[in-house]
Design a protein around this ligand. Structure first.
Ligand SMILES: [Zn+2]
Length: 314
């Protein structure tokens, strides 16, 4: 990991936002683009102080940020964007067109998030302030984006979220993939991120194919950071996604309620992981990521598929 980090670090800094005092949960990428600085997935508002501290350490501040690149608008990736723009109205924000409306008016997003996180949402993630429409640069995928001396291609990579994009930098061959290719904190395990409500298996697979078609040498994952061995990563991702989704599909026919089906899934993931990661890493996953959410996301997907096919056969 050391060598790739050295090469990467001449023009990028991986900022560990230390969300909820956890190490290696949310990685924001600070990009030096020559005349200006950019942030990829600046995180939630609750980690703004940590973001500021990291900028400060490098002699920079929010007023030096010219661009924010968002892979998608989930709280852990994008929650602080409106606050940053409030403090520096010159920031332009890149986002997929299907995420833009939620940034302009986060009301609906807040409502659905509070169904998942309950009333702790503000404490956990901080405020999600709106972003004025004039600050937005809306993407569909396929655009070439120039930031200072650097160039990126926007790739439309739905599946984790319908409005998910990735950014591929041709020069460095790094693909900044948000959550499209899962979570990886060790070099032994790739964990697909399949929360409700948007998860779509076919889209997830097509998206990793699209990312791979650019032949990236490295991935930058929001959870967590720079990762090499792209071919291995993608193979593991596909294999595990297939296995998990089959497990969930079959669980829908078991005579049980959703809570216990999700619990069974969670136990399966724990057992699977325990054979390949260290106990400390397994504990990190247990504290950081709810595998039950993954069950609910995949279950929603399969139920929708069943509805569609029963509709079609009528
Ligand atoms: Zn996400």
């Amino acid at each position: 990991m050391r060598d790739i980090e050295d090469n990467f670090s001449t023009s990028n800094v991986t900022i560990d936002l230390k969300h909820g005092n956890r190490d290696r949960y949310i990685a924001c990428c600070l990009m030096d683009c020559g005349q200006e600085l950019a942030l990829l997935d600046p995180g939630p508002s609750s980690t703004l102080d940590e973001l500021r501290r990291n900028l400060d350490e490098r002699g920079a501040s929010i007023s030096d940020i010219g661009t924010v690149l968002l892979t998608h608008i989930h709280f852990d990736h994008a929650g602080v964007t409106g606050t940053l723009v409030e403090q520096n109205p010159r920031i332009r924000v890149f986002v997929h067109e299907r995420g833009a409306a939620h940034l302009i008016d986060p009301e609906r997003l807040l409502k659905s998030a509070s169904r998942v996180f309950g009333s702790d949402i503000e404490e956990f993630w901080g405020a999600f302030k709106p972003v004025p429409v004039r600050n937005l640069s809306v993407l569909n995928g396929g655009e070439e984006i120039t930031i200072g001396k650097r160039q990126f291609e926007a790739l439309y990579t739905p599946g984790h979220a319908i409005h998910h994009v990735s950014y591929f930098e041709m020069d460095s061959k790094v693909a900044f993939v948000g959550d499209a290719a899962g979570v990886r904190t060790t070099d032994s395990y790739v964990y697909p991120a399949t929360p409700p409500p948007d998860v779509d298996l076919a889209q997830l697979n097509e998206s990793v194919n699209l990312i791979e078609s650019r032949q990236p040498q490295r991935l930058f994952l929001t959870h967590f950071g720079l990762a090499g061995n792209v071919k291995w990563h993608m193979t593991e991702f596909r294999k595990r996604l297939e296995r998990w989704s089959e497990f969930v599909r079959l669980s829908l026919d078991h005579d049980a309620d959703d809570a216990s089906r999700a619990q069974d899934f969670s136990e399966m993931v724990k057992a699977e992981m325990s054979s390949v990661v260290t106990p400390e890493e397994a504990l990190w996953f247990e504290h950081s990521i709810s595998s039950r959410h993954n069950w609910y996301g995949l279950a929603r997907y399969w139920r929708r598929q069943r509805e569609l096919s029963s509709g079609a056969s009528k």
